[in-house]
Design a protein around this ligand. Structure first.
Ligand code: PEP
Ligand code: MG
Length: 547
C-alpha cells in the first residue's frame, strides 16, 4: 500500500497537526494587492463609481458583522478595532478623493489603494504613537476594498464566514487568533516547520495542518476545495470523490481513536512500575485554560505570556498582567502553573521598547537578555506574577538562559520586586523559580544551575535548533528538526542527571513532549513532567501508563 505523501496529486509538507479535513479553500494573502488595471475609459466612470460604492459597502458589512460577533463573545477591544475600520471604509473624505481620481480615469482599485497609501503616510508621520499605528489600519481597509473590487479571494482572516481550509504563505500567531471560532477546518502554509508557531497554534486548537509545502502552495491556490491530511503531512487540490470518501473514512477512524482515548483524559499518568509523570498543557493565552483542563491537563508546564505583549500600541500594565495570570492560577487551583517570562526578540516589534533590526534575531537580543536590560518590561511582569501567586499554585520560569549569572540576575530582580510589593503593603504569594533548558549552554551548565532552582523545563524546540544549528522554521531542514538526534538526547540526558543529583523536577515543554515516539525515551531519561498542546494529553497519558 502506497500511503506516502509523494503519491500523485498530493502536495507534501510537514505533518504539523494531526487530523483530516476537506473544505473550501480560503486564500490568505498578507501582502499588498497590486492592481492589474490602472486606467478606465471615460464612458465607464459612472459604472466604476457605482462598483466602488458597492465594494466599500460590502467591506463595511463584513467588518461590522465581525465587530458584532466579537462584541457578543466579549472581546470588546478587538470589536473596537473593527468599528474603527468600518469608519475608515465609510470615510467621506476618502470616498470623495477616490471619486476625484476615478473621474480622472484611474481604475477604482488603483484609486482606493493610492488614497489609502496617502492617508497611511499622513498617519505614519504623526508624533503620537497611537495615531502612527493607524497607518496599517487604513492600508488594510483600502486593500480590502480593492480586493473586493477585483473579486480577489484574498481577504482578511477575520472575514471568514464559511468553515474553510486556510492557505497562506505563512501565518503569524496573531493571524490564527483572528480566525473566527469554528471557521478554520485546516491550515496549509508554504513556510514553517513542526515547531514553528503556526504548528503549535494548530495543535493547541486541534486543527489539522500541513506546513512547509514551499512553492507547491501555488498548485493549491487555484483550487475550490482542499483536503488536508495533517497526520501524514499532505494536501490535495480539488480531491476526487474517492479521495473525499477516503478522507471521510480517516475522519471516522480518528474520531474512533479519540473516543477510545477518552478514558485516559482524567487519569493520573503513572508508569507500570509506579513512577508518576505529570502530563500538563502548554497555554498561549488565558482563553485556553478551560479547554486544557477538559483535556485532562494536570497543570500548565508552559504559559507563554507573549500574547499579552503583541499586536498592541503600549505595553500591558502590571494590573492587566496580574488579571491574566490570576485567572489562569484560579482556573487550575492547586495544580501547578508555570508562567514563563516574556520571550520575544528582534524578529518581533514590542510597543515602547526600541528593538533594532538584527541580522540573526534567534541569536540576538531576546528572552531573558531583553528582560534583564529593560526593567520597565521585566519588573511589572514579575510584580504581576508575584501578586497572582496568591490565587493558586504559580511558578515562574526564565527563557533563553545560558548561565548561572543570568539566573542570579533575574532572581535578584524578582527579590527586589517582592520587597517593593511588601513595602507597598501588597500581598504576594510563594513562587518557585525555574529555568528553561533550551540553549546548549544551559544544558551543559545544568549541574551549576540545578542547585539554584526548583525545576528545569527543557524547551526542545529551541534546544534542537541551537544544538543542530538548524533554524526551527526553515522547511528545508526537516531532517534536523527533531529532538530524536543523539546530540540533543545527550544534552537532555545530562540535564536529567543534573536535576536528579540536585533533587529537582525536570519537565519537557517543547513539542517533543507530546510526540508518541519520544515519550518513552524522555521518561526513561528521567523526565517527570511532559507539557504539550492540550489535545495530545490523553494519548500521552495512555503511552505513559503502558511503560
Ligand atoms: C521551546 O523552545 O521548546 C519552547 C517551549 O519555547 P518556544 O517554543 O516558545 O520557543
Ligand atoms: Mg523556546
Amino acid at each position: 500500500m502506497d500511503e506516502r505523501p509523494e503519491r500523485a496529486g498530493r502536495i507534501a509538507g510537514v505533518a504539523a497537526s494531526e487530523g483530516v479535513a476537506v473544505g473550501p479553500a480560503f486564500v490568505h494573502v498578507a501582502e499588498r494587492l497590486e492592481p492589474e488595471r490602472e486606467r478606465i475609459t471615460a464612458k465607464a466612470v459612472e459604472a466604476e463609481l457605482e462598483r466602488f460604492q458597492g465594494a466599500a459597502e460590502a467591506v463595511v458589512r463584513r467588518l461590522s458583522e465581525t465587530g458584532d460577533r466579537l462584541r457578543e463573545s466579549g472581546s470588546e477591544e478587538e470589536a473596537g478595532i473593527f468599528e474603527a475600520h468600518v469608519e475608515m471604509a465609510r470615510d467621506p473624505e476618502i470616498h470623495s478623493e477616490v471619486e476625484e481620481r476615478v473621474r480622472r480615469l484611474e481604475s477604482p482599485e488603483a484609486a482606493v489603494l493610492a488614497v489609502g497609501e496617502e492617508y497611511a503616510a499622513i498617519f505614519a508621520a504623526m508624533e503620537d504613537e497611537y495615531m502612527a499605528a493607524r497607518a496599517d489600519d487604513v492600508r488594510d481597509v483600502s486593500n480590502q476594498i480593492a480586493a473586493e473590487l477585483v473579486g480577489s479571494r484574498a481577504a482578511g482572516l477575520e472575514a471568514l464566514q464559511t468553515p474553510s481550509v486556510i492557505l497562506a504563505h505563512n501565518l503569524a500567531p496573531s493571524d490564527t487568533a483572528r480566525v473566527p471560532k469554528g471557521m478554520a477546518l485546516g491550515f496549509v502554509t508554504a513556510e514553517g516547520s513542526g515547531t514553528s508557531h503556526v504548528s503549535i497554534m494548530a495543535r493547541s486548537m486541534g486543527i489539522p495542518a500541513v506546513v512547509g509545502v514551499g512553492a507547491a502552495l501555488e498548485a493549491l491556490l487555484e483550487a475550490e476545495t482542499v483536503a488536508v491530511e495533517g497526520g501524514e503531512g499532505y494536501a490535495v487540490a480539488d480531491p476526487d470523490p474517492e479521495t473525499v470518501a477516503e478522507f471521510e473514512r480517516k475522519r471516522e477512524a480518528i474520531a474512533g481513536e479519540r473516543a477510545a482515548l477518552e478514558e485516559y483524559k482524567h487519569v493520573e499518568a503513572r508508569t507500570r512500575d509506579g513512577r508518576r509523570i505529570e502530563v500538563s498543557a502548554n497555554l498561549g493565552s488565558v482563553d485556553e485554560a478551560a479547554e486544557a483542563l477538559s483535556w485532562g491537563a494536570e497543570g500548565v508546564g508552559l504559559f507563554r505570556t507573549e500574547f499579552l505583549f503583541m499586536e498592541r500600541d503600549e505595553l500591558p500594565s502590571e494590573d492587566e498582567q496580574y488579571e491574566a495570570y490570576r485567572e489562569v492560577a484560579e482556573a487550575f487551583g492547586e495544580k501547578p502553573v508555570i508562567v514563563r517570562t516574556l520571550d520575544v526578540g528582534g524578529d518581533k516589534d514590542l510597543p515602547g521598547v526600541e528593538v533594532h533590526e538584527e541580522e540573526n534575531p534567534f541569536l540576538g537580543w531576546r528572552g531573558i537578555r531583553m528582560s534583564l536590560d529593560v526593567p520597565e518590561l521585566f519588573k511589572p511582569q514579575l510584580r504581576a506574577i508575584l501578586r497572582a501567586a496568591t490565587a493558586g499554585n504559580l511558578k515562574v520560569m526564565f527563557p533563553m538562559v545560558v548561565d548561572v549569572e543570568e539566573l542570579r540576575a533575574a532572581s535578584r530582580v524578582l527579590d527586589e520586586c517582592r520587597e517593593e510589593l511588601e513595602g507597598e503593603g501588597k500581598e504576594t504569594g510563594p513562587l518557585e523559580v525555574g529555568v528553561m533548558i533550551e540553549t546548549p549552554a544551559a544544558a551543559v551548565c545544568a549541574a551549576h544551575l540545578a542547585p539554584e532552582v526548583a525545576f528545569f523545563s527543557i524547551g526542545t524546540n529551541d534546544l534542537v535548533q541551537y544544538t543542530l544549528a538548524a533554524d526551527r522554521g526553515n522547511e528545508r531542514l526537516r531532517r534536523l528538526q527533531s529532538a530524536d538526534h543523539p546530540a540533543v538526547l545527550e544534552l537532555i540526558k545530562y540535564t536529567c542527571e543534573a536535576a536528579r543529583e540536585a533533587g529537582i523536577l525536570v519537565g519537557v515543554c517543547g513539542e517533543a513532549a507530546g510526540e508518541p515516539a519520544l515519550i518513552p525515551r524522555l521518561v526513561e531519561l528521567g523526565v517527570g513532567e511532559l507539557s504539550m498542546s492540550a489535545p495530545s494529553i490523553p494519548r500521552a497519558k495512555k503511552i505513559v501508563s503502558r511503560l
